[in-house]
Design a protein around this ligand. Sequence first.
Ligand SMILES: [Zn+2]
Length: 206
Amino acid sequence: MPVSTSWSWSEPKKQRELTTVEDHILWTYAMLSVTRQMMNDREKGKPDRFSEGRTKWANIEMTKYQRQTRNISTLDRDDRLAQEGLRVCAHCGTIAPDFQWDHLIPRSKLAGEYIALNQVRSCPSCNMSRGNKDLMLWHRQNQTFPALSVLRRYLKLCYFYAKQGGYLGDPACDAVEGGLPFDPRHLPRKFPQVESLVWDYAHPIL
Ligand SMILES: [Zn+2]
């Protein structure tokens, strides 16, 4: 049975300074993108292109997003994957025939607005444990790390809501006080080793 990736959520020593909501989202998105490329390379038995460390490459990647030579891909690409796949808990991978729908960004913070992609299957245990907590705060407290496909969807949702609410350029602390429906400061700045990460519990072959 799959288990969540355990992770101590240590912060990197030398950090790129992240101030705005957009900075926080883009940094995690850049780390995710590099990590995904590393996973793909390993699956295909290709040589390691990122031997100098993910941080360096994530910095390069983030600059591309900031200059908009690269953009966060749209949510509809995740749509099909979200509807299909095994009936497993998106958070811990447990087979969950009696799954409940959990909301990546708590519905209570979205003023009733509905986006299908905000929903993931969750086992009753994860759903109850998380309640209404910020997704990344919940992982931090449990010392677990999300499956990367869930993290990617979450980041896209965060970006969507931050853009829609006009928060992208605001300092993270001000935005949270001003009603941003997630806390960008809880997003991971450092990722576990590639070997211990899971892309998607519902699509193990991808
Ligand atoms: Zn679970």
